[in-house]
Design a protein around this ligand. Structure first.
Ligand code: ADP
Ligand code: ZN
Length: 522
């Protein structure tokens, strides 16, 4: 096919690459032939070529809409280096520069024009575009069109004009992060119903995913680092600033070269820690999510999550900072019920309307789902981003050591009925005391030594019960009421279990709790 051959020649002769990577060839082919496309590809996957090459191959100028005004100059400079006729229009141009750009554009001397989205609400821009042959519209960072996403930009809403005013110009929307809800909104707002979807490149085969229950996190972390990653560079993510400081201090005492990093440190300190991480060997950064954006260190050997990320997007992005060099790396996480409760509280207390909060909860549930599954983690992660994957990856904890399950129906019934008998307002710690038959002051003052579930759970110990409750929460049998500080209540889903109509399979690993890990602290 001549078009694809031409695209291949541009790839080689202009960009200097031997071949297209992954789905690039299909995407380029689709757009060159005038069809619409939606591209989901992680950062670094090679999205730019997907619109740059069709812009060069097709007649007319390719219009690239990007919110990242600060990067336009660099992108354009890089293209010009390669001999591509590129330009940009944004508020940073002087009027002389602007005039010159217009001349180039009108004379048909540009292959690519980068432009900020707000231009599309200006009549002058549209009138100009009406007179030009246009190769395509590329909508970069397309998730910005989603109201419920984290990066919503009102200017992107005006882009619905593209389909209405230029129905015959192909549109290609590109993003690195989009769950199903965001993806649907992109399709809706940019009128991409007939677009071909390309979801690709989300697999990072050299990263080993492991998720384990939080028992004594510090001891677990120490074991992990000493056994598998002594002397390696890595990032440890925590939810709070205080915890990053405490964890870094403690790791230093244990002989590791660990540094804290969070938005509360001075700019100078942050820069110093970041540079030590980048330039020296074996430095560990203990960070809040503030660390990592734009950090390109190829030999990060491990990513640890001591607290649960708030979504699979965050988890994927953060773990994706490991092993950029393609060598083996580990994504290791511990999680516990307290994490879930803390995150839900943060979300409920956050700004934002009900629908936003509801989506946040759905995202968190998906994250929990990944923690609690008994099948391949990589498959689940890739499936979440819309990618097909084999049943077994052979490089995640559930593939390497399939977690045995046990029939937890009876334990679930005891836990659920204990919640019910004590009035659906107590937290996990208290409920476990009741199940264990502890005659604590609080239990006696509530008269709960007299409920029928008092002391019926002595066959499991405290950490085992915690796991049972966590799994029941994660799977939606129990809800967490934040107004009552984490009180648990039954959901609709709990009924068939209590009536004995449904069995509950639980992960077996709670029974492997060793004596050592029970001694540790949280
Ligand atoms: P994204 O926009 O998806 O984050 P980029 O388009 O910036 O990714 O590409 C990431 C890197 O991969 C760039 O350095 C780019 O030059 C390189 N790259 C992209 N496609 C190819 C290819 N087909 N062959 C070799 N390198 C490529
Ligand atoms: Zn696997």
């Amino acid at each position: 096919m001549p078009d694809l051959q031409q695209a291949q020649r541009v790839l080689r002769e202009v960009f200097g690459y031997e071949q297209f990577r992954g789905a690039q060839a299909d995407i380029v082919d689709t757009v060159v032939s005038g069809q619409n496309a939606l591209v989901l590809m992680p950062t670094g996957g090679g999205k730019s070529l997907c619109y740059q090459i069709p812009s060069i191959v097709r007649p007319g100028v390719g219009i690239v809409i990007s919110p990242l005004i600060a990067l336009m100059q660099d992108q354009v400079d890089a293209l010009r280096e390669l001999g591509v006729r590129a330009g940009f229009i944004n508020s940073s141009l002087s009027s002389a520069e602007y005039g010159q750009m217009m001349t180039e554009l009108r004379a048909g001397r540009l292959d690519l024009l980068y432009i900020a989205p707000e231009r599309f609400s200006q009549a002058a821009t549209l009138e100009l575009f009406d007179t030009l042959p246009i190769a395509l519209f590329a909508i970069d960072e397309a998730h910005c069109v989603s109201q419920w996403g984290h990066d919503f930009r009102a200017d992107y809403l005006s882009l619905s004009i593209l389909q209405q005013r230029y129905p015959h110009v192909p549109r290609i929307a590109l993003t690195a992060t989009a769950d199903a809800a965001t993806r649907d909104e992109i399709v809706e707002r940019l009128a991409l119903h007939d677009a071909e979807h390309f979801v690709t490149g989300f697999d990072r085969p050299n990263i080993q995913y492991r998720i384990t229950q939080k028992r004594s996190p510090r001891q677990q972390l120490l074991d992990f680092l000493r056994r598998e990653h002594s002397g390696d560079a890595g990032i440890i993510y925590c939810l709070s600033r205080r915890k990053t400081e405490e964890t870094a201090d403690w790791l230093q005492q244990q002989g590791f070269d660990a540094l804290p990093y969070h938005a509360g440190l001075s700019a100078e300190q942050r820069l110093r820690h970041q540079q030590r991480f980048l330039r020296e060997d074996g430095v560990i950064v203990v960070a809040t999510i503030a660390f990592g954006m734009g950090i390109d260190k190829p030999d990060v050997r491990f990513i640890v999550h001591l607290d649960l990320p708030r979504s699979l997007e965050s988890y994927y992005q953060e773990t994706g900072r490991a092993g950029r060099d393609g060598e083996p790396a580990t994504a290791w996480m511990v999680y516990g019920l307290q994490d879930v409760i803390k995150l839900r509280q943060m979300m409920d207390g956050s700004q934002g309307n009900e629908q936003f909060k509801r989506l946040e909860r759905i995202r968190l549930d998906a994250m929990l789902g990944l923690c609690e599954i008994t099948s391949c983690r990589r498959q689940a992660l890739r499936a979440y981003f819309g990618e097909q994957a084999p049943d077994q990856c052979g490089n995640c904890d559930t593939c390497l050591n399939p977690p045995p399950t046990w029939d937890g129906t009876q334990a679930a019934q005891k836990a659920l009925s204990c919640v019910y008998r004590t009035g659906q307002r107590f937290g996990v710690a208290y409920l476990i005391e009741v199940l264990s038959g502890l005659e604590s002051e609080r239990i006696l003052s509530n008269g709960h030594q007299r409920v029928s579930t008092f002391g019926i759970g002595r066959e499991l110990d405290k950490s085992q019960w915690q796991s049972v409750f966590r799994q029941l929460v994660a799977r939606g049998y129990l809800g967490v009421d934040h107004a009552s500080f984490g009180g648990l209540y039954l959901t609709e889903k709990a009924r068939p279990v209590l009536r004995g109509e449904e069995t509950v399979q639980l992960r077996e690993d709670i029974k492997e709790v060793s004596a050592r890990s029970r001694r540790g602290s949280d």
